[in-house]
Design a protein around this ligand. Structure first.
Ligand SMILES: Cc1cc2nc3c(=O)[nH]c(=O)nc-3n(C[C@H](O)[C@H](O)[C@H](O)COP(=O)(O)OP(=O)(O)OC[C@H]3O[C@@H](n4cnc5c(N)ncnc54)[C@H](O)[C@@H]3O)c2cc1C
Length: 387
């Protein structure tokens, strides 16, 4: 009998396992159909930013950054972040929102500043910025590696006593009345007091089998890698740009990763196109090159895809499921979960063990908020939804 079964060994399941193990929560078993970091975590662009419009998300990002910065202490492995700085552009009509959000982020402890016209030219030589443009710059902005983060977190959890069973698919939930008392797997049942589902875009199908509906839909996204051996080797910030609706970041010397804000609906995370059409990649890179013209001179080396687990308000479902006592969700991160993962482990462990998340109040993320007509609507949300 396990005290806690965690379904999914992505960055979320692994982080939750580690924080439960650090608190000596008892028998912790992590099950994954595939293996650690082999889900969407391993396909993540892994940008780290503090720029959100919703205060608890900023607080989670700030708490996570502190954990990323103490990575060797947390997991006993070398640091995982590459610091590039990060610039966030918004659409011209949303500059007041940007100002309000930056003020809120600073109040939460984020290091972020507003950069205007001439200073943008100095900060971003060779980029195209309008003379009256205003952007938010985070000097601590960075990127990481989702597969490595999941595997570092899980390795440490295992050192502290958690068990890990790769290649074991959870096929259903075990119930005693409404209560969830474990999981069914292809290799037999596993009893548990608490089940945490951190199965990314697989979550809705898994829970549907148990008669539980969760508002998560899949969205297929393409990533392009642009190689330009001639690119200047100097530092260049990562960028999230609502004007071109693209993002990009360095990906090692002479290489840039480019992604887009939009994707297309895709419901099956086990089967999806692995290679986006070259025309789609070329369109994305051309859009990003409107901001960073040097990208137009590079060649597209290759592309790949990944699936976002989207909720109607673009924010995660975190916490207990009221219709199923014993069941907790940490899913629906809507394409923005990598940077939050270290703190998600902390708050889920608090919620499970103490009944309340003290590090950050995550009550607004409760999984039944849509049924209750309480989606998250920050005061200064952006139209691009990427906030
Ligand atoms: C292309 C792309 C780019 C992204 N870029 C960023 C970014 O720049 N910054 C950022 O912060 N976030 C980003 N994200 C989002 C971030 O990567 C995800 O939010 C995060 O990785 C989700 O982790 P997870 O652990 O919830 O899910 P996953 O990593 O998908 O893990 C779920 C695991 O559950 C397992 N599983 C599923 N069903 C079962 C079952 N029935 N039984 C057992 N195991 C099961 C799967 O095998 C998988 O390993 C991006 C995502 C994608 C796809």
């Amino acid at each position: 009998m396990a005290e806690v079964v965690i379904v999914g060994a992505g960055v979320m399941g692994s982080s939750i396992a580690l924080q439960l193990a650090r608190r000596r929560a008892g028998g912790i078993v992590v099950l994954d159909t595939h293996g650690v970091g082999q889900g969407m975590s391993g396909r993540s662009s892994a940008l780290v930013r503090m720029h959100y419009a919703f205060r608890p998300e900023v607080e989670l990002a700030v708490a996570s950054l502190a954990l990323f910065e103490s990575w060797p202490d947390l997991v006993g492995a070398p640091s995982v972040l590459r610091r590039t700085g990060l610039i966030r552009f918004v659409r011209p009509g949303e500059v007041d929102r940007l100002r309000a959000n930056v003020a809120m982020q600073r109040a939460c402890g984020a290091t972020v500043e507003l950069v205007a016209g001439p200073d943008l030219v100095t900060l971003l030589p060779g980029w195209r910025c309008a003379g009256d443009e205003l952007a938010a710059y985070e000097p601590m902005g960075a990127y990481g590696d989702g597969a490595r983060v999941a595997s570092d977190l899980l390795a440490r959890a295992r050192t502290l006593g958690a068990s890990y069973r790769p290649g074991v698919a959870v096929t259903g939930l075990r119930r005693a009345g409404a209560r969830v008392v474990g999981v069914e797997t292809a290799e037999g049942p596993v009893a548990a007091d608490v089940v945490v589902v951190a199965a990314g875009p697989w979550t809705p199908a898994l829970l549907a089998g148990a008669g539980l509906e969760v508002p998560i839909t899949g969205e297929l996204h393409a990533i392009a890698l642009v190689e330009d051996p001639q690119a200047p080797a100097g530092p260049r910030p990562a960028c999230i740009d609502a004007v071109t609706r693209t993002y990009h970041r360095p990906d090692g010397p002479g290489s840039t990763l480019v992604g887009a804000f939009s994707g297309r609906p895709w419901s099956d995370p086990e089967h999806f196109p692995q290679h986006p059409p070259m025309e789609e990649l070329a369109t994305m890179v051309a859009a990003a090159a409107r901001r960073l013209p040097a990208l137009a001179g590079g060649g597209i080396a290759h592309g790949y895809t990944g699936i976002y687990d989207l909720t109607p308000d673009g924010r995660a479902l975190l916490g207990p499921v009221p219709d199923a006592p014993g069941l907790f969700l940490a899913a629906g991160f809507s394409g923005t979960g990598f940077k939050l993962a270290p703190a998600i482990g902390v708050v889920l462990a608090e919620l499970i063990l103490d009944g309340r998340a003290a590090t950050v109040d995550i009550d607004a993320f409760r999984p039944d908020r849509f049924q209750r007509g309480e989606p998250i609507r920050p005061a200064f949300d952006y139209e691009d939804g990427l906030s």
